[in-house]
Design a protein around this ligand. Sequence first.
Ligand SMILES: [Zn+2]
Ligand SMILES: [Zn+2]
Length: 249
Amino acid sequence: MLIITKINKFILDILFPIKCISCGKENEWLCESCQARIKIRDEHVCGICERVITPDGRTCLACKKIANKKSQGGAIDGFIVASSYLQFPIASAVHLFKYRFIRDLHIPLGNLLVRVLQKTEIPLPDIIVSVPLHHRRLRWRGFNQASLLAKHLAMNLLTHNIIPFDEDLLIRNRHTSPQMRISDYKFRKLNIADAFSILPNSDIKNKTILLVDDIATTGSTIFECAKVLKAAGAKEVFAIVVARQETGA
Ligand SMILES: [Zn+2]
Ligand SMILES: [Zn+2]
C-alpha cells in the first residue's frame, strides 16, 4: 500500500472508526457472528401477487396467466427475497450501503444472498445481471450497489467456479425518480415503463438469467427488467433482492 494511501486510511479510521453495526466489534461493518444471526427467509412467495407461497418464489400460475395475457412474455419466473426489512440490522445495513456510501457492506449483504440461493433449487444461472443505475446516479454514488452484490454472488455462489457476470447487459435509458419517493403504485409503474433496454448485439437466447438488486418495493423495476430480458430471448429470468420494502399500498 502506498504511504499516502496508508496515511489516508489511518486518518479515516480515526475519524470514522469501523465497527460492527450490530454488536460494535471493531474493524468490520457487520461481523461474521452477527451475519450468521440474520434470519433468512425459508419460505418464499410469488413475487407478483405476494400472496401465494411457492417453491423458491416462483411466479404462481394465476400471475403467469395475467402476465402472458398482457404479452409480457411471462416476465419473471421466480423472485427470491433473502430477508426482511424488519430483520435487524438489514434496514440499517442497506441504508449505510446506499446512502452513506459504505461499499464494503456489499460483502455481508452479498453473503446473505449466497446463503439464501444455496438453499433454493432454482436452476444455476448462465449469467448474473444487475439492475443498472442511470449514469447520473452512478456518478453521485460512485458505485452501483446492485452491481457489487451481483458480482459478489457470481464469485461466491459456487465453491470452485465463477458464474459469468454482466453489469452492462441492461441499460437504463433515462433517469427515473427513485421509486421510494413515489408513493402511488400507478405512478411507480409509469415511472419505470420502458426505462430499460438491452445492450445491442448481446446474445441471451435460451439463457437462464439471475437478476440482482438491493431492495425491491413494488417490484416494478425487476418486472420491467425481466420483460426486456425475456423479449431478447432469455429462457428464464429469476431475481433476488436483499429485502422487499413495505409500500403500505
Ligand atoms: Zn457483530
Ligand atoms: Zn402470484
